[in-house]
Design a protein around this ligand. Structure first.
Ligand SMILES: CCCCCCCCCCCCCC(=O)SCCNC(=O)CCNC(=O)[C@H](O)C(C)(C)COP(=O)(O)OP(=O)(O)OC[C@H]1O[C@@H](n2cnc3c(N)ncnc32)[C@H](O)[C@@H]1OP(=O)(O)O
Ligand SMILES: CCCCCCCC/C=C\CCCCCCCC(=O)OC[C@@H](O)COP(=O)(O)O
Length: 299
């Protein structure tokens, strides 16, 4: 009798989990986040040997992109990229982007160009196989608790950018921020661009509020818009210009973010955008590419 009861319970468990997943938003959120992290671990494990053959190289970022790209299809996130033509240059540059959550990774693979590595917190290296994959892909790690060390790494990066024609992606807020406005910007990215005398390309990812919130434990499907703003030149600027440069770029990004917050109405809105043409992303999910950048941000 006990065995029958046990078997009955074992059968009921998956059903209960399924119902919870369907009707309980918090359970749904944790399942999706768990799957997201498991995906990274599995992909890192599978692709690690391939990357190892090449050794530490920015070329491994291609593997990383390949590994992350399917996630938007699995999560039903439609991506809309505006202003891709602002990346049409062969030279090195510094990309600065707002950082809302770990799921930013899905958006990043939509715009990250070749020969571009992110600057990341040192703690990532200790995330086992995922950390090693990041290291093999050429991630630049900084210790946020040791300002001098971090500045040293950034100065070295400025020289590497020129020497190896490298692009660098930095999150100038310095931490994840899901709030309605951007945090004040740290100045490392702007010092880097001035030291290397390369342009800054600001990127703004639209707020996730309508489909994702770590605070409210919400994770549904939705649309994400990415705006690539016009480049900001740094030729002839010196370290004393960095505070002004930082503020100019932050203002441009904050304006775009505010505009996207007001205008972001999910799929319905995307259909109505006159400047967007749809590009097939395959497997049932669409990506939209803008014909021209319509941001009002100034440089
Ligand atoms: C295909 C792939 C898909 C996925 C790919 C992407 C995956 C990505 C996934 C990974 C995502 C991972 C994402 C992540 O991990 S995000 C977290 C890590 N990233 C960052 O923190 C980047 C931004 N941080 C900074 O820029 C900070 O400024 C640093 C860290 C450098 C110092 O911060 P700290 O808080 O300690 O100090 P402070 O900001 O008050 O500055 C102090 C003073 O130093 C001056 N100063 C600063 N820098 C320089 C410099 N270079 N040369 C000369 N001076 C410099 C500065 O102007 C200031 O002086 P003053 O102005 O007040 O007089
Ligand atoms: C080389 C082979 C490639 C194999 C494929 C690997 C698959 C994916 C592996 C790695 C992708 C990058 C994982 C980074 C995930 C963490 C991103 C993140 O969100 O970090 C938080 C950090 O920003 C700010 O930290 P805090 O908000 O201050 O706490």
């Amino acid at each position: 009798m006990d065995m029958v009861l046990l078997h009955g319970l074992l059968l009921l468990l998956p059903l209960a989990a399924l119902l919870l997943y369907r009707y309980n938003a918090t359970f749904h959120y944790f399942c999706k986040m768990a799957f997201f992290h498991c995906w990274l671990v599995v992909m890192a494990t599978v692709l690690f040997p391939l990357a190892l053959l090449r050794g530490r190289s920015v070329e491994n970022m291609k593997l990383l992109r390949f590994a992350i790209r399917p996630l938007k299809h699995l999560y039903g996130i439609k991506m809309q990229v505006c202003g891709s033509e602002n990346l049409n240059t062969k030279e090195p540059y510094v990309m600065v982007c707002n950082h809302q959550a770990t799921i930013d990774l899905m958006g990043m693979v939509e715009f990250l160009p070749d020969r571009c590595v992110p600057i990341a917190k040192k703690e990532l290296v200790y995330m086992g196989i995922v950390g090693w994959a990041c290291w093999l892909s050429g991630f630049i790690f900084i210790n946020r608790h040791k300002t001098e060390d971090a500045i040293c790494v950034i100065s070295r990066t400025a020289r590497t950018m020129q020497r190896e024609n490298l692009r660098v992606l930095i999150f100038p807020e310095g931490t994840r921020n899901g709030d309605k406005s951007m945090l004040p910007f740290k100045r490392g990215a702007f010092h880097l661009a001035v030291q290397a005398q390369v342009p800054i390309i600001p990127i703004v990812i639209s707020p996730y509020w309508d489909f994702f919130s770590s605070k409210d434990k919400k994770f549904t499907s939705g649309t994400c818009t990415i705006r690539i703003l016009p480049r900001v030149e740094t030729q002839g600027l010196s370290p004393k210009d960095v505070p002004q440069l930082t503020e100019t770029v932050r203002q441009a990004m904050a304006d775009a973010f505010a505009e996207m917050s007001a205008g972001h109405r999910g799929d319905h809105h995307a259909e109505q955008l006159p400047h967007c043409t749809r590009a097939s992303a395959g497997r049932g999910t669409r990506s939209l590419q803008c014909d021209k950048d319509t941001s009002r941000a100034s440089n």
